[in-house]
Design a protein around this ligand. Structure first.
Ligand code: NZQ
Ligand code: ZN
Length: 394
């Protein structure tokens, strides 16, 4: 296990009906709040009204309409609103896109001499940042308890991750009831994203990481058990609660700290979203089994077999066979969740941009050198190509 620092100071307020704590939390930061939210789901499910009622004593400025795959123009608009209104803190109410947008607004506002996209392109942000409070409405990204944000620039077809310790939310409200209204597609996509965060950390070459791997396997079992329940019964509190807490723990450092290496599927997926604006978790679900199959070899088969044994209960003892069965299980599970498992099903009909996307995936990440199995441009193109058709791994 590598050396690491684990200092994730987000104050988590988990559970039912805790919005009464919102005003006291925000009062610590000030009275002028930038309220950031997405395309209207919080208005439909009543959360917007409840939040405004709690904050009747505050001066609220709104940044509405944050897009899934949030855009730099929206971030710039938010930073301008902060400057014009001398905002004290940012309250993000939504999924990962809304929270990421809030983080990027804080960073861009903290860098008044720079162009907004230049702040994102630097990837690391150490400057001052407005305090961020979140009310999570979708179990997926872990943004509610991590320091990262992912922002898209449509003019350049770039989708880049950035972050820094000052962007970590100060307080996050996690009420599973706020995810009851998440539809089947986004529930499945969010759960696939959680699984992918766990896979990215789990399939890794750092030796002796039993703690991280054991926690990851437990979280994977949690997701594969509870996602189907939430899909069938969206108001099942326990299923939503387990998915929500799994999303937070999957990407707050718990399963990744102490390990080195680059993430593979996220680097490849960010190009799918950057070129085709598809849903992040869906892109990951499509790529993951193809990636697993592409990188599988005699040396790493035991790790895939371990995943198969501890997550799927596979009892096959020949590692390569068990590994293939585990990959098939992964594919079948995503499909059973209703995820379209080929690129044409999400509107990517031809392979004309694969080479360019693969070049960017390699350029913006360390997958060519530091991944579980290093991937060159031609590997990434092959994985995209395998994603065009149905696959079978047995
Ligand atoms: O915009 P609204 O109207 O709110 O609707 C959203 C959106 O259409 C809807 N939704 C959210 N909560 C809902 C709801 N609908 C009904 N009821 C609710 N309670 O769901 C749709 C998707 O929302 P979004 O925030 O985009 O989803 P998600 O949480 O999956 O976030 C995806 C973004 O996060 C980035 C992704 O790349 C993508 O841009 N990521 C951020 C990470 C991080 N900060 O650590 C890591 C991830 O790997 C990921 O890259
Ligand atoms: Zn993700």
């Amino acid at each position: 296990m590598n050396n690491f620092t684990f200092n994730v100071g987000t104050d988590i307020r988990f559970g039912k009906d805790r919005l009464g704590e919102l005003a006291p939390v925000l009062t610590d930061f000030g009275k002028t709040i930038l309220l950031v939210y997405g395309g209207g789901s919080i208005k439909k499910n009543g959360l917007y009204d409840r939040v405004l009622k709690e904050l009747s004593d505050f001066h609220i400025i709104e940044l509405a309409g944050v897009e899934p795959n949030p855009r730099i123009e929206t971030v710039a608009k938010g930073a301008k609103l902060c400057a014009e209104n001398k905002v004290d803190a940012i309250l993000a109410v939504g999924g990962g896109s809304t929270i990421d947008c809030a983080k990027a607004v804080a960073a861009v506002y903290g860098s008044p001499k720079e162009e907004p996209w230049a702040v994102i392109e630097k990837r690391n942000y150490d400057g001052p940042a407005l305090p961020i409070v979140t009310i999570l409405t979708l179990a997926a990204t872990g943004s509610e308890m991590n320091r990262g944000a992912v922002i898209t620039n449509w003019q350049t077809n770039q989708k880049l991750g950035m972050g820094g310790k000052n962007l970590l939310p100060k307080v996050s409200f996690l009420d599973p009831q706020n995810t009851y209204s998440v539809g089947k597609y986004q529930t499945a996509a969010g759960s696939a994203d959680i699984m992918s965060h766990l896979f990215e950390n789990y399939f890794n070459n750092t030796p002796a990481t039993d703690v991280q791997d054991g926690i990851s396997e437990g979280l994977m079992r949690t997701v594969t058990k509870n996602c189907p329940i939430a899909l069938k019964t969206p108001t099942d509190y326990d299923a939503r609660a387990n998915l929500m807490w799994a999303s937070t723990l999957a990407l707050n450092g718990l399963t990744g700290n102490g390990k080195g290496g680059a993430w593979s599927c996220h680097a490849m997926e960010h190009e799918l979203s950057a070129f085709y604006d598809i849903t992040h978790g869906i892109g990951l679900a499509i790529l993951t089994p193809r990636w697993m199959h592409h990188v599988l070899n005699e040396e790493n088969a035991p790790k895939f077999a371990q995943y198969g044994r501890n997550v799927w209960g596979i009892t096959e003892t020949v590692p390569m066979m068990a590994a293939r069965m585990a990959i098939q299980k992964t594919y079948d599970y995503f499909k059973a969740c209703g995820i379209p498992m080929t690129l044409p099903e999400v509107g990517i009909e031809d392979d004309s941009k694969f080479e360019e996307m693969a070049k960017q995936a390699v350029a913006y990440s360390a997958i060519a050198t530091d991944a579980f199995v290093p991937l060159q441009v031609e590997d990434v193109v092959k994985i995209y190509q395998a994603s065009m058709t149905e696959q079978s791994y047995l």
